[in-house]
Design a protein around this ligand. Structure first.
Ligand code: MRU
Length: 354
């Protein structure tokens, strides 16, 4: 495999947000979408770590992929002195960039193992780049496989609508998307009436990214305020709420974007299916339950302001956890590339993930 060719946009996999050039990484700045398509070029791991913290790149799989490229860049640009210490430092820095999505730590562990097998800087440069490209490619393949699995058990004959939260599309992954991948596939199979996209306060991943991504790809989307979800589900057209995940624990609890838990409660009340779609890199069997997941809290300014414009009294106290945990008991199916865990619990999770 060439180390300079990452997945391309040749297939209908959605908008590419991560471009690898061998000695540099380009990230589409997701903070500026949909107003502006601006790419940031990075040549070192510190810049990649900063981009993850600042949400230039976001979405669990995309964070893991970017971090892997960050390690590859650390090797590529190592000074030649204590190159091993430089790479180790880069891994530490990347690991500190965001706490909740386990894909970050999963990818760094793979990169670290690869690095331990290298006996020279030259070898590290080649092997780490190849490994990062492999992580990127495999994420895209996992997304395509998950869409296959979901379509098998949904087994619908007539089109229906779905509701989704946050952004789980090509922008958040190596391409195609997790929950949005399933939605793409429903659309390809002419089984989709419409996607309701929660705007996803406070960072607005739903309105700024999901609505943009779907509209761009010609998939019928209706944007709604998060608070409208109950009214939408009450109308009866939505058959599935489909979301992604940042970490899934051994009992099937799921951490995902804040507001996911309330959607699961609403779905159960309205007898609408609740499906989580995530690659196995999001599964953390080392944690027993969702209570063990570190939940990131971000700056209050993300709630008090929109693009720097105040929408709340200056200095008002804010609670801004950016993920919540949906208990397994509210989830109908967890779809991964290894297969589907229906009505997740520890037994079902162990059967697929050991
Ligand atoms: O804060 P973000 O935008 O990184 O949060 C993203 C989500 O919560 C997604 O639903 C999750 O990472 C899955 S992306 C395929």
């Amino acid at each position: 495999m060439s180390t300079s060719s990452a997945p391309s946009a040749q297939r209908a996999i959605g908008t590419v947000a991560i471009r690898w050039h061998g000695s540099s990484l380009e990230l589409l700045d997701q903070r500026l979408l949909p107003a502006e398509e601006h790419w940031i070029t990075l040549e070192g791991a510190s810049g990649v770590a900063q981009c993850i913290s600042d949400m230039v790149v976001r979405g669990a799989p995309a964070i893991g992929i970017s971090a892997a490229y960050g390690v590859a860049l650390a090797a590529r640009h190592a000074g030649g002195g204590d190159w091993q210490a430089e790479i180790r430092q880069a891994i530490r820095e990347l690991a500190a960039s965001r706490p909740t999505a386990v894909n970050l730590f999963w990818a760094l562990q793979i990169m670290e193992a690869e690095f331990h097998g290298c006996h020279s800087l030259d070898e590290a440069v080649k092997r780490l780049a190849a490994k990062a490209v492999q992580i990127h490619r495999e994420d895209l393949a996992a997304n395509l496989a998950m869409a296959d699995h979901a379509l098998e058990f949904i087994a619908a004959e007539t089109p229906f609508s779905v509701l989704t939260h946050c952004n789980t599309g090509a922008l958040a992954t190596g391409g195609y998307g997790t929950a949005l991948g399933v939605i793409r596939r429903l659309h390809e199979q002419k089984l989709l009436n419409r996607v309701y996209a929660d705007e996803t306060r406070p960072w607005l991943q739903g309105s700024r990214l999901t609505a943009w991504e779907l509209a761009r790809d010609g998939i019928p989307v209706t944007l709604n305020a998060d608070g409208a979800a109950a009214a939408i589900l009450a109308r009866g057209d939505v058959k599935w709420v489909v979301v992604g995940a940042d970490r899934i624990t051994a009992n099937g609890d799921v951490a995902n974007k804040i507001g996911t838990y309330s959607l699961a409660v609403l779905a159960r009340h309205h007898r609408v299916g609740f499906m989580v779609v995530a690659p196995s890199s999001t599964v953390d069997m080392s944690l027993a339950t969702g209570e063990d997941i570190p939940i990131e809290e971000r700056e209050g300014s993300e709630v008090r302001q929109i693009r720097g414009v105040p929408i709340a009294p200056e200095g008002v106290q804010v609670f801004n956890p950016v993920f919540d945990v949906t208990p397994a008991s509210l989830i109908d199916a967890i779809v991964t590339e290894r297969g589907v865990v229906h009505n997740p619990n520890i037994t079902g999770m162990r059967a697929l993930f050991g």
